[in-house]
Ligand binder design. Structure first.
Ligand SMILES: [Fe+2]
Ligand SMILES: [Fe+2]
Length: 239
């Protein structure tokens, strides 16, 4: 990547990081989805955006710039109530920083369209579909099913393994439907997404398995709610 492109990306990244640092002290964040989580997610989405853009032959700089800015609205509104609007708000907030970084009007519109549309498919302004928008959407969805998210899922019920197993059993059912539907837009995104979902399913099933054997082995087994949700794991406890 040439020096000009690198410089433009540095400008965007420094802006987003500054917004993250400001919002970390100014906004009341969710205890799990913190400002820091959002900034870390942003960096990984840029990483996946680059990976997908490279593999699919799309403009890496535009994709990475859009990935860096895709959740910028959170740093202004926190995990706001009106979650559906954060793409369209982010597209507006991105306008001045894209101009400052030196992106042309056309490049800026391409990036802002990808940001605007990434939540619910509605940009709020007219623009033709672009590969950059597909890359941002895929990169975001790949990271939303990452190993880091496994930890966050488990944290929500960390004091009660049985409850956690029930919650994860429901999550596994949902993950299987995502896996079948394969909702991503690019072939590379699809492959990365399948890897992430398979990893989550395997790990969650292992936790459910642990819950099933969390009892004194010589005592008669009490029926556990977690067993009912995933019947084949009952055999695993006997092994
Ligand atoms: Fe988002
Ligand atoms: Fe995101």
């Amino acid at each position: 990547m040439d020096a000009v492109r690198r410089h433009r990306l540095d400008h965007i990244a420094e802006h987003v990081e500054a917004q993250y640092r400001r919002s970390a002290v100014q906004i009341n964040w969710d205890p799990v989805f913190t400002a820091r989580y959002r900034w870390e997610h942003t960096q990984r989405v840029a990483h996946y955006g680059d990976l997908i853009a490279k593999a699919e032959g799309h403009d890496r700089e535009l994709c990475m710039a859009a990935c860096l800015l895709h959740d910028i609205a959170y740093f202004h509104c926190g995990e706001e109530e009106d979650w559906r609007e954060h793409g369209r708000i982010g597209a507006e907030l991105s306008r001045p920083v894209l101009a400052d970084a030196g992106f042309s009007r056309e490049e800026s519109d391409t990036i802002r369209y990808a940001i605007a549309i990434h939540v619910d498919g509605k940009a709020g302004f007219s623009h033709p579909p672009t590969p950059v928008a597909d890359v941002v959407s895929d990169a975001d969805n790949v990271d939303r099913f990452s190993a880091v998210r496994v930890v966050l899922w488990c944290m929500t019920e960390r004091d009660d393994l049985q409850k956690m197993a029930i919650m994860l059993g429901q999550r596994v059912e949902r993950l299987r439907t995502y896996r079948e539907r394969s909702p991503l837009k690019t072939a590379t995104g699809q492959r990365l997404f399948a890897e992430q979902v398979d990893l989550q399913i395997a790990f969650f099933e292992a936790i459910i398995g642990d819950a099933a054997i969390t009892r004194l082995p010589w005592r008669e087994k009490e029926p556990l709610l977690a067993d009912e949700l995933v019947p084949d794991l009952r055999d695993r406890a006997a092994r």
